[in-house]
Every structure is written in C-alpha cells, then in structure tokens.
Design a protein around this ligand. Structure first.
Ligand code: TYD
Length: 212
C-alpha cells in the first residue's frame, strides 16, 4: 500500500507523517518512510539544488524537471521495490506536489505537468493521499515561527501559497476516492487520531479485497 502526505507549507504535515510511521511500526506493519524531493542518494542531491535559496535564477521548467528527476529515481529505486515486497510505503509529498506548486502555484500547463509526472512515475498513483489543509496565511506564519529549513518556495508571495491551496482543493475534487482532507488547524493529537483511523480503515479495506 502506498500512502502519501500532501499539504501547504506549515501545515504540520511532516510531524503527522512521522507520528503515523511510528504508529505503523509499533503495530508491526512492514513500513518504509520516505520523502520528496529526495528519498534516494541521487534524489537528496537534487533536493539540495532545488532548495538552495541562492538558486534564484532557476527557470520554472528546470524546477519541474528536477522535481521529476528526483521522483523518477525515487519510484524506480525505492518505492516500487518496496511495494513489490508487500511493504507499506509512506511518502512525505509525491507527484501531487508538482501539480499543486508548479501547476496551480506557478500557473504552468497542467496537462503537460501530468504527462511529465506520468513519465517520471511510470503511472504509479498512491492508494491514499492525506491532505493537511490550512490557510496560506496560517501556514506561512507557522513556518516563520517554527524555524527549520527556509526553502526557495517558502519565500514566494502569499498569493502563490493561496493558489497552491486552491489547487490542492481542485485535485481533491478530481479524485475524491483517493484523497482525505484533514483539518490541520487543530491540536496535533486530534489530527493524528483522525489520520490513524483513516489509515486503519484503508488497511482493513485492502485486507478484505485480498481475502476475497
Ligand atoms: P520541504 O522542506 O520538504 O518542506 P515541506 O515540509 O513543506 O514539505 O520542502 C518541499 C518544498 O518543495 C515545498 O515548498 C514544496 C516544494 N515542492 C514542489 O514545489 N514541487 C514538488 O514536486 C515537490 C515534491 C515539492
């Protein structure tokens, strides 16, 4: 089973991701956790280029291809082999981030992005995508207060992040069976409880279809 986390910057996505992975481990599931951009040695090198705040000259097309290059390596080297071994793969961001940030955020052609993404992933789509929803304003102020790595995309204007959020909502509408929206403007424990319940349900569903 392939689970991804998506959400705007400052949604607390990474914290929730780690809590879920720890819980799955404790429950005895064979689980691997990973992230994008990155997830492999080659991908982490690409991540450094993408996130370096000094790379202000980066063209939007270069940006797409670098995220996609990191993803292609990630799928081939890490995700597909783990899924083939029956593992649960949980990724902090995946292809939907490209549609939300480069497509809706940077307003690049969505159809082209879908084609590039399908090429990079070989058509691998998650079984479940948890979307942590928070307003762009709240998300950005959390990022500023929370410290941590301040990347090239955090520095974008508020309107950019508002478009990203609206884009995520569009993506949810297009594939409602895959996505679950989680209200991220709440205490950590409540959010995590909801996420665990959702994942537990999905695991049961998958188990049932396999037993049939
Ligand atoms: P990261 O430090 O992982 O932050 P976050 O906790 O928000 O995930 O940075 C990832 C950044 O890269 C984030 O701003 C979203 C952006 N991104 C894209 O623009 N396109 C993509 O395809 C991916 C995977 C990430």
């Amino acid at each position: 089973m392939f689970i991804t986390f998506e959400g705007p910057d400052g949604s607390g996505k990474t914290t929730q991701f780690h809590l879920l992975v720890t819980w799955l481990h404790k429950k005895g599931y064979p689980v691997i956790s990973t992230r994008e951009p990155g997830g492999t040695d080659i991908g982490e090198q690409i991540r450094d280029v993408l996130h370096n705040p000094q790379n202000t000259a980066m063209d939007a097309r270069t940006e797409i291809l670098l995220y996609s290059a990191s993803r292609a390596q990630h799928v081939a080297q890490h995700i597909r082999p783990a899924l083939a071994q029956g593992k649960i793969v949980v990724s902090d961001r995946y292809a939907d981030s490209t549609l939300a940030y480069q497509g809706y955020g940077r307003q690049l052609d969505l159809e082209t992005l879908r084609q590039i993404t399908t090429f990079a992933t070989g058509g691998l789509v998650p079984d479940l995508t948890l979307y942590l929803d928070i307003s762009a304003q709240k998300g950005l102020s959390r990022r500023r207060l929370g410290g941590g790595e301040w990347n090239r995309l955090d520095a974008e204007a508020l309107e950019f992040h508002q478009r990203v959020r609206a884009g995520y909502h569009e993506l949810v509408k297009q594939e409602p069976d895959r996505w679950v929206i989680v209200d991220a403007a709440r205490p950590i424990e409540g959010i995590q409880a909801e996420i665990r319940a959702t994942v537990g349900e999905k695991l049961e569903q998958i188990k049932k279809t396999r037993d049939l």
